[in-house]
Design a protein around this ligand. Structure first.
Ligand code: DGY
Length: 321
């Protein structure tokens, strides 16, 4: 008998095909709306495996309702939606998809940086709204990216990939992290800076930390007040790392020049949220890893984790937290 699994969202064809060869698949066959929490609980109840996304709350109650659950396979690198301690206590293996989305996410962080620095969102609106009447010396002035200072908060895989992109723009790159990494400094030509020093010196601050109790609200009024007035904040990590009220005030008052977010708090951001009234803010709908090939590889990796665990093997990518 093939083990039964619940998949909380539509999977790319190749990944679904591979999973179906080893498992009996019950899939929520939509992208939107997502399955409500109660539905995930109900459809996981009698399953041995669960393949889920970062928007699904996977807590102790859900695990208790599914006594046969052996593996939770998250199709994302971040897994702050899963109660890892609860899974560990119940001997449920948990896997994620690190590595395969590094380059796509760094591409997108750099795209947000460029778009915000050169006011591309505003420029598109300007043309579409019929405001483009002439060429002028002071119209839609942005900021230089080349030779500017980039501050990377969290120098893991994605932070390092962003630093490699910045090199091509001759940027000075500062990084802050829990520990200094001298080998990286030599290899990537980056400089370590204490968090506050980085905030004070960077023209662009890009966030690449995991969401933990320590990083929740990492960027609030105090941190925004330390940043340069021309600074731009980029967030492709998790929305809760930035205090949205503090960010609104900083952008509205001109305390910092702009921000570009791929992740928000709350997520999704309601269309009438006051942050969306700000011209100096770009918001994307959490799509940094959204390329055809990257999402395909993430799904396959999640499927491989799930199958390995169900066969009683170590997961190729178990979560480390
Ligand atoms: C992740 O994997 O954690 C990203 O946020 C989505 O790709």
């Amino acid at each position: 008998m093939r083990p039964e699994v619940f998949v909380t969202r539509r999977l790319p064809a190749l990944a679904l095909e591979e999973l179906s060869q080893s498992c009996q698949v019950d899939m929520w066959d939509h992208e939107s709306p997502p399955p409500p929490y109660e539905t995930i609980v109900a459809r996981t109840r009698d399953k041995e495996g669960l393949l889920c996304l970062l928007t699904d709350r996977i807590d102790a109650a859900l695990m208790d309702a599914a006594p046969g659950l052996k593996v939770i396979s998250q199709c994302a690198v971040g897994y702050d939606n899963i109660d890892i301690q609860a899974a560990r206590a119940r001997h449920i293996a948990v896997g994620n998809t690190p590595g395969v989305l590094t380059e796509a996410t760094a591409d997108f962080a750099f795209a947000l940086l460029m778009a915000s620095a050169r006011r591309i969102g505003e420029a598109i609106d300007y043309v579409r709204n019929g405001d483009w009447k002439t060429w002028g010396l002071t119209i839609l002035l942005g900021q230089d990216v080349h030779r500017a200072t980039l501050g990377i908060v969290g120098m893991g895989r994605i932070g390092q990939a962003l630093a490699r992109r910045a090199e091509g723009f001759e940027m000075r790159v500062l990084y802050s992290d829990v520990a200094r990494q001298p080998s990286l400094e030599a290899r990537l030509g980056v400089e370590y800076a204490a968090f506050d020093d980085l905030l004070q010196q960077a023209d662009f601050v890009s966030l690449h930390v995991n969401l933990t109790p320590q990083t929740t609200g990492l960027i609030g009024s105090r941190e925004l007040a330390l940043m340069k007035q021309n600074a731009i904040l980029i967030n492709t990590s998790r929305g809760q790392v930035v205090d949205p009220q503090a960010l609104y005030q900083a952008l509205k008052s001109g305390r910092i020049a702009g921000a570009a977010l791929d992740v928000t708090d709350p997520e999704p951001l309601p269309p009438d949220h006051r942050l969306l009234s700000l011209p100096n803010l770009i918001v994307a709908p959490h799509i940094a890893s959204a390329t055809e090939s990257t999402r395909g590889r993430m799904a396959l990796m999640a499927v491989h984790n799930l199958i390995a665990g169900l066969e009683g093997n170590p997961l190729p990518n178990p979560v480390s937290g």
